[in-house]
Design a protein around this ligand. Sequence first.
Ligand code: CUA
Length: 381
Amino acid sequence: MKNRWMNAKWIGLLSVLMVFLSGCGKNHLSTLKPAGEVGQEQFNLMLLSIIIMILVILVVVVLFTFALTKSRRSKVGEEFEPKDIAGNHTLEVIWTSIPILLLIILAIPTIYFTFKQADTQAMETEDGELNGEEVIVNVTAHQYWWEFEYPNQEVVTSQELVVPTDTKVYFNLQGADVKHSFWVPAAGGKMDTNIDGINSFYLVFDDDKAQDSNRLFYGKCAELCGPSHALMDFKVEALPQEEYEQWLADMQAVEEPAQASTEDAAEGQEIFNNSCIGCHAVTPQGAGAQGPNLANFGDRDLIAGYLEHDKENLVDWISDPESLKPGNKMTGAYDLSEEEIDKVAEYLMELNVEEGSGDVSTLKENAEESSEEESSEEGGN
Ligand code: CUA
């Protein structure tokens, strides 16, 4: 009877654990399902330290149980006196060297991978110029949104980061107002975005892992940065190299703001140009704006970083941003009527970047030109 009760307890405990642990394995946001080289290396380090810790616990538990059972008074007799081992050199050497050895086993790979993952030299050419061959993204964290600039292609976007798979993507991280932290859990550990000074690292997104998560990963701000810190999410779209280049070319091809197609949207565009354009750009150029770049707003998956992408939510967001993202900088920055907000929303939902509109060969020519310009400027100096 007692046994059965014990079994039931264990099964209960296990099922509760299963419920909690099942949340740990989502492909698009779990450190336990690494999506690339960096994440995998960090995961392996975690495993190594956990294995070492479990080994230590096992050995201690075995010794402890052994001592408890073998040394009872009933077994050794009332007269028994344990051996005095104070000052025993052999024992002292053993229990000092084992922890040191374990720490060395832990330290060697940790130090190796720390330096390996901090190696961002490839971002610069030998003469200290930006390396046009590498994928480089300048990330600026704002309360409570993200700007992503591709300096080699002079393309700016926000909230939805697009990266190529199976290659190193280098990041330069900076904060615009307070300290934030850039984190794509599935791809690798977090790194702070400071206000002064740039932190750099790289991440890799495996193509097959990207496919497993529908090419979408979640990014987070991992540093308490204000009342809406928990809502400071972004998305990462990991595309095969060719699709990534096409995306960049499409973005580059947008030189003029998209023209509104309906009368309402056209009116919305005018209202936008009078009230909003001071903070929000609608072409993918010009980094360092006050508010998120909206050039491809209509193509995005989320409103305000976390709401479903539809016009209703957009109207709610523009009408009362404070209730959806407390402490954001848009609150009180404009004064629009309900009708005007509706028209602006109509216009914003139309801001699409046409797929396939850009020419990838032009993208590559531009890159070559700019690197030639740089080297000729270099020559002139
Ligand atoms: Cu930004 Cu937390």
